[in-house]
Design a protein. Structure first.
Length: 156
């Protein structure tokens, strides 16, 4: 199974090198290991992260794409959907199937159609629109809610 995963990851890497996507860059941590990727995300415009460069490691399981990779920021980042240790918590990175806690629909969780590109674009979207209803970092979620209240009252 890992040779299938390896071929798919090689193809995705080649595609990203040939057709770079705005907002991030990706490559291998070590040329000898296709299962560990280094990703740099550029903070999206009109967010608290604008202009920042955030590094992360994407680790793929040997049964990819049947199981999701894990993504962990190595740059310090304060966000409701990022655990204090840097691990990213978004629905598409959760194992496929029903959510044992009932928070997510099966359709929101991992499916093998996701690619490195769709994962990173989802993380960029997460930076722009945090989900503070199910926070990985409760303190950041409280701050995000207060920040939103301040913005709303200033605009209103």
């Amino acid at each position: 199974m890992s040779s299938q995963a390896s071929l798919l990851l090689q193809k995705q890497l080649k595609d990203l090198c040939k057709n770079p996507v705005d907002g991030f860059s990706a490559g291998l941590v070590d040329e000898a290991n296709i299962f560990e990727w280094s990703v740099t995300i550029i903070g999206p415009p009109d967010t608290l992260y604008e202009g920042g460069f955030f590094n992360a490691i994407m680790s793929f399981p040997s049964n990819y794409p049947n199981s999701p990779p894990s993504v962990k920021f190595t740059s310090e980042i304060w966000h409701p959907n990022v655990y204090p240790d840097g691990r990213v918590c978004i629905s598409i990175l959760h194992p496929p199937g029903e959510d044992p806690n009932g928070y997510e629909l099966a359709s929101e969780r991992w499916t093998p159609v996701h690619t490195v590109e769709s994962i990173v674009l989802s993380i960029i979207s997460m930076l722009s629109s945090p989900n503070d209803e199910s926070p990985a970092n409760v303190e950041a979620a409280k701050n995000a809610a207060q920040y939103q209240l301040t913005i709303t009252s200033v605009v209103a």
